[in-house]
Ligand binder design. Structure first.
Ligand code: FEO
Ligand code: CA
Ligand code: CA
Length: 673
C-alpha cells in the first residue's frame, strides 16, 4: 500500500520540496529585516504579544476534512456561464480528478521528445544530451498561443521551475552528484516550446513536432536589456559586457503579453549560488543568498555558481524574462527595468494611450508588489516588426512599489481574520516610484543599484510587506488586478516580524488570501488605487474565512492560492500550492464568479495527484490545461521509494506533466444546459 503524504513539516510542505524548490526558505530567517514604517505598526506589536494565545486557540478548532460544495442549484441561482459543473470532492487520490461529464488526457510528460529522432524517455538511462531535447522537469507556468480560431492547434510554452534530483535518479547521492546528473539538471531547467494539436471531437491536446519546438536550458544565451544592462554589477569573467547571460533558473509563474510573447519570473534563484556564508553582505542576505555548499552542488562543475569565484553571477538572475515563441531563433531577453527580486511572474495591461503596465510580485514572506509603466506605446498587429518594437516596451519606463493603507481602525484587525466593523478588509494605496531610466528616486542608491538590488530600494521607501505575493493578473475586461497572496506562517508569530495589517489580516496565515486591486478611476496609469480582499482562504466553516460575501456553506475549501487565470466569461480560476496544509488534501484548480449574486461561489474543478501542485492553468473555450508539478514529492519518498505512479502507472516513477481536461460531447466548458 502506498503511504499518504506526511504533513508534519513546518508549513505543511514536504521538506524535500522546500529544499529543492526554494532552498529551504522557510527554515532561514526571512530576508526582509527592514523596519520600514507601515500603517499597522502599533497593532502588530500588540498582537505579536498575544499571538501565542491566538495560535493555541486556533489549533483547537475542529476542521472538516471534506467540506465539499453543494450543487449550485441548492441556492436557487443558476450557475454563471462557464461554471456549470458539479464540484469535485477534496481527496488524496494519486490521480487527476475531474468533474462528472469531463474527460482528461496527458499533453506531455517530463522526458517526452520535442524533436524527431530524440530517444523516448528512459528513466534509468537519462543523459544531458537527451534531456536538452526533451520536455524538462517540474513544469509550472503554461501558456497556449492559438494558431487557429477554433483552437485546434497552438503553441504551448511551459517553464521548468526546478529539479528534484532525488526523484530523478535511482540511488542518488546528494553529497556526491555525478557530473552527468548535474548536467541533466541544467538541461531540465528552463522552458519548453512546442506545438499542440487536438481533434475536432476531443479536447485532448497532444504535443507535436513542429517548427516552433524549442528548449531553453541553462546554456541558452539571453540578452540583458534595460537600464542595468552592461552595469559593472552584471559583469563576469565569462561576460565582460554584462549583457549576455546563459540560461534562466527557477522560473515560476508567467504571462502572455498582448503582443504574443511570454514573460516568466526567475524566482528562488538564491539557492543555486554557493559560498555566500561569512560575507555579511546585505546585497546577498537581503535576497536569501546564504550558506556554503548548495543542495545540488553545481558549483563543483561550473565556477559561475560559486560566489567566491564569480561574485556577480548571482546578480544576473532574479529578472523577468521575455521569449518570442513564434520565432525559434529569437534571443530571449532579461528585462532589468522591472527590477530584480524573486519574481513570481509579470503580467501586462495596456493603458488607454497605448503605454503598457506590468505588475509583478516578489514571492517571499513580507515582500512587495511592484508595477512598471512604460514610456513607449504598444504597436498593434501581429507582424514581426510590431513584436520587435513591443519587446522593447519593458526596457524603458518607471518602476514603482505598492504601499497599502487600510480603512478600518487598526484595533479591529485583530489577527484572527475576523472582518472589521465595515465588513471588509479594504482600503487605498499608492505606487511609490523607485527608478525611471537612469534616474533613481531612492535616496542613497543609484538607478543601477535600484534595479539590481530592488528589495533594498523598496525597503527604503516604506513599501507594504505582503503575505507572499504569487501570481498577479489583470481581469481582461475590467482591468481589476488579482493577486494570490499564498500564505505567511510567520506573520505575527516570529518575534520581531510584522503582525497583522488590513491587507494581510491573519497571524500564522496558513491559507492565504486573494487581493483585488482597482486602479483609481480604472486608469492603468494611475498612481493610487483601491483594494479589498476578495477571499480569505481556508475551510469554509472556519469563521475567519471569507468568500466574497457568499454563503460559505456552499463553497469548497481552499488553501494557499498560487496561480490565477480568467475564462472568457470573466470568472476567476485559482490553482493552489497548499502542500498538505489543507489537512493533507491534494491541491486543485477552482473556479469562482467575480460578479453578480454568485460572486464568491468557489467550486473545486479538479485535483492533482498526491504530492503534486496545480500550476499554470490555461482556461480555453473547450479545454482547460494545468501543469502537475512535482507529483509524488513527499517526505520519505524518492526515486527508490516512489509514493506516486502517476501518470504512467504500474511501478513507474512519477513524471511532472501537462494535463488537458475537456467536456464530453463537443460541448463548451461549463456550458449551461
Ligand atoms: Fe514558485 Fe512562488 O511559487
Ligand atoms: Ca475595512
Ligand atoms: Ca507559484
Amino acid at each position: 500500500m502506498i503511504p499518504l503524504p506526511l504533513v508534519n513539516h513546518r508549513v505543511g510542505r514536504a521538506a524535500v520540496t522546500c529544499e529543492y524548490r526554494c532552498g529551504d526558505a522557510c527554515f532561514h530567517d526571512v530576508p526582509n529585516t527592514s523596519d520600514n514604517p507601515y500603517f499597522g505598526d502599533l497593532v502588530s506589536r500588540r498582537t505579536a504579544l498575544k499571538a501565542g494565545a491566538v495560535v493555541a486557540a486556533a489549533a483547537t478548532v475542529a476542521l472538516p476534512t471534506t467540506a465539499a460544495a453543494a450543487e449550485p442549484e441548492a441556492k436557487g441561482h443558476r450557475p454563471p456561464k462557464g461554471l456549470d459543473f458539479k464540484p469535485v470532492e477534496v481527496n488524496t487520490k494519486d490521480e487527476v480528478v475531474v468533474p462528472e461529464g469531463y474527460e482528461q488526457g496527458i499533453v506531455i510528460r517530463w522526458g517526452d521528445p520535442l524533436f524527431p529522432g530524440v530517444p523516448e524517455f528512459d528513466f534509468d538511462n537519462q543523459t544531458a544530451a537527451k534531456q536538452a531535447k526533451q520536455f524538462g522537469f517540474n513544469c509550472d507556468f503554461a501558456a497556449i498561443l492559438p494558431l487557429d480560431p477554433l483552437e485546434l492547434t497552438g503553441i504551448m510554452v511551459t517553464n521548468h521551475e526546478y529539479t528534484s534530483e532525488t526523484f530523478m535518479f535511482r540511488g542518488y547521492d546528494p553529497n556526491n552528484p555525478t557530473e552527468e546528473q548535474v548536467k541533466i539538471g541544467w538541461a531540465a531547467h528552463g522552458l519548453s516550446v512546442f506545438m499542440i494539436k487536438r481533434s475536432l471531437f476531443s479536447g485532448h491536446y497532444k504535443a507535436k513536432f513542429s517548427k516552433y519546438n524549442r528548449r531553453i536550458t541553462l546554456h541558452t544565451p539571453f540578452e540583458v536589456r534595460g537600464p542595468a544592462a552592461g552595469s559593472d554589477l552584471l559583469k563576469t569573467s565569462a561576460d565582460p559586457t554584462g549583457k549576455k547571460v546563459l540560461g534562466t533558473i527557477n522560473n515560476c509563474a508567467g504571462g502572455v503579453t498582448p503582443w504574443g510573447t511570454i514573460l516568466s519570473g526567475e524566482e528562488n534563484f538564491n539557492q543555486y549560488f554557493a559560498n555566500a556564508a561569512g560575507r555579511n553582505d546585505p546585497k546577498l542576505t537581503r535576497y536569501g543568498v546564504t550558506g556554503n555548499a548548495t543542495t545540488r552542488k553545481w558549483e563543483r562543475f561550473d565556477k559561475r555558481w560559486d560566489l567566491a569565484q564569480e561574485p556577480n553571477e548571482v546578480n544576473r538572475f532574479g529578472w523577468i524574462i521575455e521569449l518570442d515563441p513564434h520565432d525559434p531563433d529569437s534571443t530571449p531577453i532579461k528585462h532589468t527595468a522591472l527590477g530584480r527580486f524573486k519574481h513570481e511572474t509579470a503580467n501586462v495591461r495596456v493603458a488607454d494611450d497605448g503605454r503598457v503596465v506590468a505588475y509583478s510580485g516578489d514571492d517571499e514572506r513580507f515582500e512587495y508588489i511592484y508595477k512598471f509603466i512604460s514610456n513607449g506605446k504598444m504597436k498593434r498587429g501581429n507582424s514581426k516588426a510590431a513584436r520587435r518594437h513591443n519587446m522593447t516596451l519593458l526596457d524603458d519606463g518607471t518602476l514603482y512599489v505598492a504601499r497599502f493603507k487600510g480603512d478600518s481602525p487598526a484595533s479591529e484587525i485583530d489577527g484572527t481574520g475576523k472582518l472589521p466593523s465595515d465588513g471588509k478588509f479594504d482600503g487605498t494605496g499608492e505606487w511609490i516610484p523607485l527608478a525611471a531610466g537612469n534616474k533613481s528616486f531612492v535616496p542613497g542608491m543609484t538607478a543601477e543599484e535600484v534595479y539590481v538590488f530592488t528589495r533594498i530600494a523598496a525597503d527604503k521607501v516604506g513599501a507594504t510587506k505582503m503575505d507572499r505575493p504569487e501570481d498577479i493578473q489583470c481581469h481582461p475586461r475590467t482591468g481589476t488586478v488579482y493577486c494570490a497572496l499564498s500564505n505567511n506562517v510567520e506573520r505575527g508569530v516570529t518575534p520581531g516580524k510584522e503582525g497583522p495589517t488590513e491587507p494581510n489580516p491573519r497571524i500564522n496565515n496558513r491559507h492565504g488570501q486573494v487581493l483585488e486591486l482597482t486602479e483609481r478611476r480604472g486608469d492603468a496609469l494611475a498612481l493610487t488605487f483601491n483594494w479589498g480582499l476578495f477571499m480569505v482562504c481556508g475551510f469554509p466553516d472556519d469563521p475567519n474565512t471569507y468568500f466574497g460575501g457568499y454563503d460559505k456553506s456552499q463553497v469548497s475549501p481552499i488553501s494557499s492560492p498560487d496561480n490565477v487565470a480568467f475564462d472568457r466569461y470573466g470568472n476567476l480560476w485559482i490553482s493552489t500550492d497548499a502542500d498538505g496544509k489543507l489537512d493533507g488534501l491534494n491541491d486543485g484548480l477552482y473556479g469562482v464568479p467575480l460578479e453578480g449574486p454568485e460572486r464568491g461561489h468557489l467550486k473545486l474543478f479538479l485535483t492533482v495527484p498526491r504530492g503534486g501542485e496545480t500550476c499554470g492553468p490555461v482556461i480555453g473555450e473547450r479545454v482547460i490545461t494545468v501543469c502537475v508539478q512535482h507529483p509524488g514529492e513527499v517526505d520519505g519518498a524518492s526515486a527508490d521509494k516512489p509514493v506516486s505512479n502517476w501518470p504512467d502507472r504500474g511501478t513507474s516513477r512519477p513524471r511532472p506533466s501537462v494535463v488537458a481536461v475537456w467536456r464530453k460531447g463537443r460541448r463548451q466548458l461549463g456550458e449551461i444546459g
